[in-house]
Design a protein. Structure first.
Length: 40
């Protein structure tokens, strides 16, 4: 299994699109490389 990181303007729109691709097993949205535990 491979793992990739993608960036997009809308977390949930990108997640929905990626999840609809055949073979994708899981998605998770969030911020990358920050120091804030629970950013808003």
């Amino acid at each position: 299994m491979s793992e990739i990181y993608l960036a997009g303007g809308c977390f949930w729109g990108l997640e929905k699109y990626i999840a609809s691709i055949q073979g994708v097993q899981a998605t998770q949205v969030g911020y990358a490389n920050g120091n804030t535990e629970y950013p808003t």
